[in-house]
Design a protein around this ligand. Structure first.
Ligand code: ADP
Ligand code: MG
Length: 370
């Protein structure tokens, strides 16, 4: 494996960036600050502005408004090749008439680097993606995973301080995708550069990122670490987009009492109940936070349910259950010797702790329904 000097990446800032195409607002007052060396993922549905954000940073698209800074300096006046940014595109965009070596050498030739230095750098980059032996191959003689690696080697060969990746694993099958996720983590560690990664796959975003920025309608709806985005979504939109969840409507009654209308249950909130203001109209409850009733305390909500259907997921079983009001909820549990599998039509009592219910505001963000 090639040892490189770790060069810490640079900071990246989008300051109030807007980009309009006629009547379409691809980005609308988009703000994002990325720390040097950080791995940030833009996660959102198709059409939410992810690619536009990368293109504005890389210099392929001009912003309509706002500024983009690297290490506190505006880069909007610089052409793409002077921004020191590497980019991996979803479709790889390899030059079909050039072999692997020449594809990777291309950015260096563009920068008029000496032949000996090109030889050395291309060799190092290909070694990093474990393709040292394939320099003479043409792109059409490579598998999808190998093409993706060539695209990656080409993006890092000039030692960029910022690396952009636009759905780089989108075309790969699941197994290869998971293997490449580990590879990307390794590259990040080894290169130390700042990475802005784009995906519409929430699992991939959760697995790779230091922070995830969830996009909707050309803006960031929430930005946080993967665990907090998962545990503490700030809106229905984010809760629904990140993983599977149950949304339960709530009504506010007098003196810190709420009513779960889908469960026909009133519940008095414990003393410490910040976050449960009257603007909260629903809660997100992850399927793994539901459990069969065991002991009860004043933090627990218990309701009757009936098994409608189940999915066998290996070590986990996912049930869909129906409440008395006819609402369908998902409930997941780990298999185990003392956990009998429930059958269709079984009636049971389910429970959850109020601490595991995440109150949400009513914002829906219309993105993705283009
Ligand atoms: P994403 O990458 O999240 O799928 P994009 O950034 O590609 O989203 O696009 C955001 C919005 O801008 C979409 O509505 C898209 O149709 C529009 N858009 C992107 N590029 C262009 C373009 N060159 N001309 C017109 N509209 C565009
Ligand atoms: Mg895109």
């Amino acid at each position: 494996m090639v040892e490189r000097d770790i060069e810490f990446g640079t900071s990246v800032t989008f300051a109030g960036v807007s980009k309009t195409y006629g009547a379409v607002k691809a980005l609308s007052d988009f703000n994002l600050s990325i720390q040097p060396g950080e791995f940030v993922t833009l996660l959102g549905p198709s059409g939410s502005g992810k690619t536009t954000a990368l293109n504005v940073l890389a210099g392929f698209v001009d912003a309509t408004k706002g500024d983009v800074l690297i290490d506190q300096n505006s880069i909007l006046g610089l052409p793409p090749e002077r921004r020191n940014i590497g980019m991996v595109f979803q479709n790889y965009s390899l030059f079909p008439h050039m072999n692997v070596f020449e594809n990777v050498a291309f950015p260096l030739r563009l920068r008029k680097m000496a032949a000996a230095e090109i030889q050395k750098r291309v060799g190092e980059s290909l070694a990093m993606v474990q393709l040292d032996d394939l320099g003479d191959r043409m792109p059409n003689q490579l598998s999808g995973g190998q093409r993706q690696r060539v695209a990656f080697a080409r993006a890092i060969v000039f030692e960029p301080s910022v690396l952009l990746m636009d759905e780089p694993l989108g075309a790969l099958d699941l197994k290869l995708r998971e293997a490449m996720q580990l590879e990307i983590k390794r590259y990040h560690k080894q290169l130390g550069c700042t990475i802005l990664f784009v995906t519409h796959d929430q699992g991939e975003a959760l697995a790779l990122s230091d922070r995830i920025a969830v996009m909707g309608d050309g803006q960031i709806v929430q930005i946080d670490t993967p665990d907090r985005i998962y545990d503490e979504p700030n809106s229905k939109y984010v809760a629904d987009f990140i993983g599977t969840t149950n949304l339960l409507e709530i009504e506010h009654k007098a003196s810190s009492t709420i009513r779960f209308s889908d469960l026909e249950i009133e519940f008095t909130l414990p003393d410490n109940h910040e976050g449960w203001g009257r603007d909260r109209t629903s809660v997100s409850l992850r399927p793994e936070k539901l459990h069969r009733e065991t002991s009860t305390d004043n933090q627990t909500i218990i309701f009757d349910a009936m098994i409608e259907e189940y999915l066998f997921l290996g070590n986990i079983i996912q049930y869909s259950v129906r409440t008395k009001t006819g609402k369908t909820l998902l409930f997941q549990e780990h298999r185990g010797p003392s956990v009998p599998i429930l059958a269709r039509g079984d009636a049971l009592k389910l429970a959850f702790s109020i601490r595991d219910a995440r109150p949400l505001d009513g914002e829906t963000h219309g993105s993705g329904v283009a």
